[in-house]
Design a protein around this ligand. Structure first.
Ligand code: ZN
Length: 364
């Protein structure tokens, strides 16, 4: 075998199916409960200096068609990540571990490391008017943290990465947080004069550590748990709901990634029983401002719109919109976009630029 494969990196998830001198065949492992399978992250160690072809079997993935126009992320120095040339055949993504690289890392999307999370939290603790608050504990016993920026009377909540494989949501939150901390920025000053802002940049810490695509440590899809969240099965949602009850909320944004899209889009809460013209107008303002600030955003894309009263209130955005009678949106970021250069750097920048949309809703 030319390369040895392991999952010894944060969020590692891979299984080796076959290896011979020509190619190593690997596949992502499904989430617990088995309903989803997409995220992969692994290391590849070259043992003879010749490199190898890697075939990643996609036949067991939840959205194989979403990988048709996709390019794998790789790091060859343990630091910088880039998209690499990726071929597609019927059952696999095919890419190279280049010769001369002893240790390569590959992933569905650029991982967001715990070290980066700690450095960001440290910067937020030093920022004026900001504090890191612990909302509760995860199943595995980690602190579920949020960054809270003190401000005007209204309250904005932004939650990211309930689905751990949707790592671009945390990159988005990273860029947004950095901007929110900078009070020299006139838009930030204006926003914080109007509202306090609370950001949960990774809602699903256990799933992201364990290499799950969609669920927490116990196999619960958090974004189907908001209506009847259970402390023993999904303490993360219980903690976020309790904090929202304590603070109330005037604008809620839940940030995700959609496997099938190359452009960002939003899902609104039209199907909520209490949805009305006022909420529609406020959500319009968010969408218009986001389209203006972010070329990556496509206002025409989206999921089929729920009929009035037919919303799934188990999702965060629908639940919060209905409970607090506020504009409440799910923002879906792309996985694809390899050709348009959609990377962590752009996702961070998108997060920073999206502040304009939050301001547009509040600035009445
Ligand atoms: Zn999601």
């Amino acid at each position: 075998m030319a390369v040895e494969i392991d999952d010894e990196l944060f969020g590692g998830n891979i299984t080796v199916i076959d290896s011979d001198v020509d190619a190593v065949v690997v596949a992502p492992e499904p989430d617990p409960e088995g309903d989803f399978c997409q995220w992969f992250a692994f290391r590849s160690r070259d043992v003879d200096g010749d490199g190898a072809t890697v075939r990643l079997d996609t036949s067991g993935t939840s959205w194989p068609e979403a990988l048709d126009d996709y390019a794998v992320f790789a790091s060859f120095d343990g630091r910088a990540w880039e998209r690499i040339e990726t071929d597609r055949d019927d059952e696999a993504l095919v890419f190279e571990h280049p010769s001369g690289v002893e240790l390569a890392e590959f992933a569905l999307w650029e991982p967001y490391t715990p070290a980066r999370r700690r450095r960001l939290a440290a910067r937020m603790r030093r920022a004026r008017g900001a504090q890191v608050v612990t909302l509760g504990r995860t199943v595995d016993g980690s602190d579920l943290d949020a960054v809270h920026f003190a401000g005007g009377e209204r309250r904005v909540w932004i939650v990211a990465r309930q689905h751990p494989g949707e790592v671009m949501a945390e990159w988005y939150a990273d860029g947004l947080l950095e901007r929110l901390a900078d009070l020299r920025d006139p838009a930030v000053k204006a926003l914080r004069a109007l509202a306090s802002v609370t950001v949960v940049s990774c809602a699903n810490l256990d799933g992201s550590a364990r290499g799950h695509h969609r669920v927490n440590a116990l196999g619960v899809d958090m974004n189907r748990a908001w209506l009847d969240a259970d402390e023993s099965r999904c303490p993360e949602v219980v903690a976020m709901r309790a904090a929202l009850e304590q603070s109330s909320v005037d604008l809620f944004v839940d940030v995700h990634g959609d496997e099938r899209t190359a452009r960002a889009f939003v899902a609104r809460s039209e199907g909520n029983p209490s949805y009305d013209d006022r909420l529609a107008a406020l959500e319009d303002r968010f969408v218009e401002a986001l389209a203006e600030a972010c070329d990556e955003f496509d206002r025409e894309s989206g999921y089929p719109i729920d009929a009035p009263g037919e919303a799934d209130l188990r999702t965060a955005a629908n639940f919060v919109g209905e409970r607090f009678d506020c504009p409440s949106l799910t923002l879906e970021l792309p996985f694809n976009g390899a050709k348009s250069g959609w990377t962590s750097t752009v996702a961070r920048s998108f997060g920073a630029r999206s502040l304009a949309a939050v301001l547009a809703v509040l600035d009445e």
